[in-house]
Design a protein around this ligand. Sequence first.
Ligand SMILES: C[S@@+](CC[C@H](N)C(=O)[O-])C[C@H]1O[C@@H](n2cnc3c(N)ncnc32)[C@H](O)[C@@H]1O
Length: 370
Amino acid sequence: MAEQRSGSEAPEAPAAPAAAPEASPAPEAAAATPAAQPTGLQPPEHWLEEHLSEDEADSTLGDNASSTASISSSILQYRTINGRTYHSDRGSNNYWGANDDQQNETLDIQHHVFTLLLGGKLHLAPLPEQVGKVLDLGTGTGLWAIDFGDQHPEADVIGTDLSPVQPAWVPPNVHFEIDDFTQDWTFAEESFDYIHARWLVGSVPDWDALMQQAYKTLKPGGWIEVFEFNGAFDSDDGSVTEKSAHGQWGYIFREGAKALGSKASFSVVKDELHKKAIEAAGFVKIQENHVKIPTSGWPKDPVLKEVGQFTRAALENDTEGTVGFMAVQLGWSKAEVAVYAAHMRKEIRNPAIHAYYAGCTVWAQKPLAG
Ligand SMILES: C[S@@+](CC[C@H](N)C(=O)[O-])C[C@H]1O[C@@H](n2cnc3c(N)ncnc32)[C@H](O)[C@@H]1O
């Protein structure tokens, strides 16, 4: 059964929310036109030719360098690209985001955004009051796990990630483990009551395999909940054009993934990958909730306006750390990434651009018997 929340509607878009993200002139559709380049991706020089005022350009060229040179454990041997750190080569090495303080701040702001979108809740699955054992896959800075642990002192919460970027001071019922969720899980079968995953877009090469492992690891009657997003921006009024910085964002991630040889999709919501995988794994009582996340405070609806203001803060806080790894896979220089990022920030500040990205939570239960 599909559920739509009122917050999911774009304020100036009368279209049905579930269909609307794909209804606007999506980059995929435009890429198929004869005039477009084979992929629709603009070369990095394109951004040098576009005008930026001195102020707009200056704000992009700060030195984000950080050093982990004195840390020697293999997990902490981060890769450094353009002065930014990325997780170690141990295990899966295709994750697109930096793992330094600047990008971690962006994750923390986004945690607030995602919570606002769920009306202040951390989950939509109808969990029992005493939750039991909880797993948060790809926990990032761990804020979801920490907040969940605070709200459920009786629960035992484990957050896993490739990068050890979680804080040390956490509630006693929360702990973190370094783990690659694309490998065989070592957790005992039927040992968890609730498995949560959020914002793994571009990190999951095989959603079916991931949901099968979750199914195996959940107790009968346990719940899975996956809150996912598209890695591309849309608009319902045509204000995001294919060649704009917003319009190019999706191409950079998609083409960057191709260049890496990664099978991880950036169209999780558009292609309903998490929902289909949850269905295929055998879960029942499947429900979904679609949202649109505006990239600035353009919506009239007060909740979505606030969501947009925080999303803008998250994007402006670290545009390079979010898009830089994938752009580098396409051969872009540090300066080219910085200029593209400046154009992105310029567009985010333009109230005439009504951009958003689509998100969808799917939650479901493992059958009680079997
Ligand atoms: C965009 S962040 C989202 C973090 C968190 N789930 C949230 O919603 O704030 C994605 C996280 O997934 C982690 N990740 C990516 N691939 C992974 C893998 N194969 N195994 C474990 N974690 C992974 C990254 O290190 C990163 O911290």
